[in-house]
Design a protein around this ligand. Structure first.
Ligand code: SF4
Length: 349
């Protein structure tokens, strides 16, 4: 062992697994950082210990989850290097992750950083000039080693100082996956995830919803945005009620549970106590609606939607009771009629 420690940016994909293994096979301790935000991998925070143990058992290195939500939510307002095809700010995303990783070097007593990037693999964020820009803007020049394509790039400090043997690094380029898959087999790595986008910012539909959210879709001030807003934005049916109020309806029990789990102090929850159906959440209604002239109308619409999506009685959508849960108590709304589809269809986001 060289006594050196490397911090890795670990996405969970094959390239980052290989980067970690290449370096740890040189006797360097690798600590992998898995960044999470509401837009990718946030659910891992709920299963942190199980996830970290699984990675250690499968691949032999230690992984640490780092919640990057706060800086990331700000970043999406106006990324300096713009967006990719959807709402994905890939260049600024990498700069943010590397900046955070650099700041964590001393915490982990690490000397340098590694990533699984491959020159030319992605059209925007992995071009040679972009790789250099990312290094520069994150303050990682010379301490960022990319083991999969290092032989195509100038030697970095870890190579020149002899901590890492450059001859045992690789010179992969381009979009092909064959060299990485062959290397995985040579290293005995057989269980690795298929390449798939775990980042919702690259999903055309969800990215568009998030973009509209940033553009002021609901009655929320940008400085109020929190991680749970985006977790809620990605679950269930989304509706913009007249006046801009935000309503979320669960489509099944799992979504109902999630909605309830993400509810804040200021949110109102509605459901039918005597019939199966959606849990609805009116975001920040306590602050935006309580004791206003719009309260009764907005509440009636939300309750009508809960009944509309509730289980039918026979083949009828009959009126029913809806329980409203607020921070300071509960209220039963009786004889709520289902809202007509023609009324609310234009409100669906
Ligand atoms: S796809 Fe998502 S997580 Fe990956 S670099 Fe782009 S914005 Fe970041």
């Amino acid at each position: 062992m060289s006594g050196k420690i490397a911090l890795a940016l670990y996405s969970g994909g094959l390239d980052s697994i290989l980067a970690c293994r290449i370096i740890s096979d040189q006797g360097i301790e690798v600590k992998a950082l898995k960044f999470v935000t509401p837009f990718f991998d946030h659910h891992l925070l709920d299963v942190r210990d199980v996830y970290c143990a699984e990675i250690r058992d499968k691949y032999g290195f230690e992984v640490h989850l780092v919640d990057l939500s706060e800086g990331y939510i700000d970043l999406l307002h106006n990324p300096a290097h713009g967006f990719g095809k959807n709402f994905n700010p890939c260049i600024d995303c990498k700069i943010l992750m590397l900046t955070r990783a650099r700041q964590l070097l001393s915490h982990y007593q690490a000397s340098f950083l590694i990533t699984g990037e491959v020159l030319g693999q992605r059209p925007m964020s992995q071009r040679r000039d972009t790789l250099r820009l990312i290094e520069r803007d994150s303050g990682c020049e010379d301490i960022l080693l990319r083991p999969l394509c290092a032989k195509r790039l100038p030697p970095t400090l870890p190579e020149r100082a002899g901590w890492v043997d450059r001859d045992c690094l690789y010179g992969f380029t381009g979009r092909g996956r064959r060299p990485q898959i062959d290397l995985a087999h040579r290293l005995g790595i057989t269980d690795f995830p298929a390449p798939a986008g775990g980042c919702v910012l690259t999903d055309p539909n969800l990215a568009d919803r998030i973009k509209r959210f940033y553009a002021g879709l609901f009655m929320l001030e940008p400085e109020q945005f929190q991680a749970d807003d985006f977790r809620l934005l990605l679950v269930g049916r989304q509706l913009r009620l007249p006046g801009g109020h935000w309503l979320i309806l669960g489509r099944n029990e799992r979504e109902n549970d999630k909605i309830r789990a993400f509810a804040g102090e200021d949110d109102w929850l509605l459901h039918m106590p005597t019939r199966p159906g959606p849990t609805a959440l009116m975001r920040r209604a306590g602050q935006l609606l309580s004791a206003t002239a719009n309260e009764a109308e907005a509440l009636a619409l939300a309750a009508g939607l809960v009944v509309r999506y509730g289980k039918k009685t026979g083949d009828q959508r009959a009126a029913g009771e809806v329980l409203l849960e607020q921070a300071d108590g509960q209220r039963l709304l009786s004889d709520v009629a289902p809202l007509s589809d023609t009324i609310f269809q234009p409100w669906i986001v």
